[in-house]
Write a protein that binds this ligand. Structure first.
Ligand SMILES: CC(C)(COP(=O)(O)OP(=O)(O)OC[C@H]1O[C@@H](n2cnc3c(N)ncnc32)[C@H](O)[C@@H]1OP(=O)(O)O)[C@@H](O)C(=O)NCCC(=O)NCCS
Length: 216
């Protein structure tokens, strides 16, 4: 038995720690508290078989793919997911008209929300989960999640990682290979690790240019 388990059996535990220790681990995860990812309640909530089925389905079997995708991601229509795609619990919502490229991984225990017309390039990782910084605590495998929110019209470049608790504001672009550790405001281009804003976007002006060109 590890040290944490021994400590949690002590009779003189403060009430809040005792209540936490006695709480169901899936509820702890859903309430964004530290939880044990190997607990049966959490294992039973994983959707590994569904994800496996999606990734074993031929892309040409569009209706079957779409039906499985709709079980993994609750969305408002016209969602494209290029397989393989990886998710843990299916705690994912998307608006209309989103695109998710090859080989994206959604560690979604903390919930992931995509707005409308979000575009996610290949190999992007959205990781809502984290582990303790203290090595002895980390050895217990305790995990804690925080939500990720990607607002309307965001484009995330290939091979980027977004960590838990981050919101990316509408219309913004995250450059390829970025690691996003803080919120990114609306209407900017942000790049790098850690991801920093490099450019403000004036979408009205840019849209006007394109409209003028098309309508010429
Ligand atoms: C961010 C991006 C969209 C370019 O945006 P932009 O506003 O046109 O930026 P620019 O090309 O003017 O670059 C501005 C500066 O940022 C740097 N930069 C651009 N993208 C970068 C990135 N991903 N990481 C680090 N630096 C980057 C450029 O080198 C340039 O630096 P410099 O001024 O020192 O030369 C593009 O570089 C990118 O990352 N695209 C994603 C491509 C992709 O993932 N495609 C998959 C298909 S969906």
């Amino acid at each position: 038995m590890d040290r944490l388990q021994k400590l949690l059996q002590r009779q003189d535990l403060p009430d809040n720690i005792r209540q936490w220790a006695e709480k169901n681990d899936l509820l702890k995860m859903q309430d964004l508290e530290w939880f044990s990812p190997g607990d049966k309640s959490v294992c039973d909530a994983r959707i590994a078989d569904l994800v496996w089925e999606l990734n074993q389905t031929r892309p040409s079997e569009r209706e079957k793919c779409d039906a499985i995708i709709s079980q993994i991601i609750k969305h408002n229509g016209n969602l494209t997911v290029i397989t393989p795609f990886w998710a843990e619990f299916g705690y994912i919502e998307a608006g209309k008209n989103c695109f998710i490229g090859y080989n994206c991984t959604f560690i979604d225990g903390g919930r992931i929300k995509l707005g409308n017309s979000v575009q996610i390039a290949p190999n992007v990782v959205l990781a809502t989960a984290t582990h303790p910084i203290d090595a002895e605590m980390r050895a217990t495998k305790l995990t804690k999640c925080a939500p990720i929110v990607i607002e309307d019209n965001v484009w995330i470049g290939a091979n980027s990682t977004i960590v838990g608790g981050v919101t990316i504001g509408k219309n913004s672009i995250i450059g390829a290979g970025s690691v996003v550790t803080h919120d990114i405001p609306e209407n900017v281009v942000a790049v790098g690790s850690p991801c920093r804003v490099i450019k403000q976007l004036n979408l009205d002006k840019d849209l006007k240019q394109i409209k003028d060109y098309i309508e010429k």
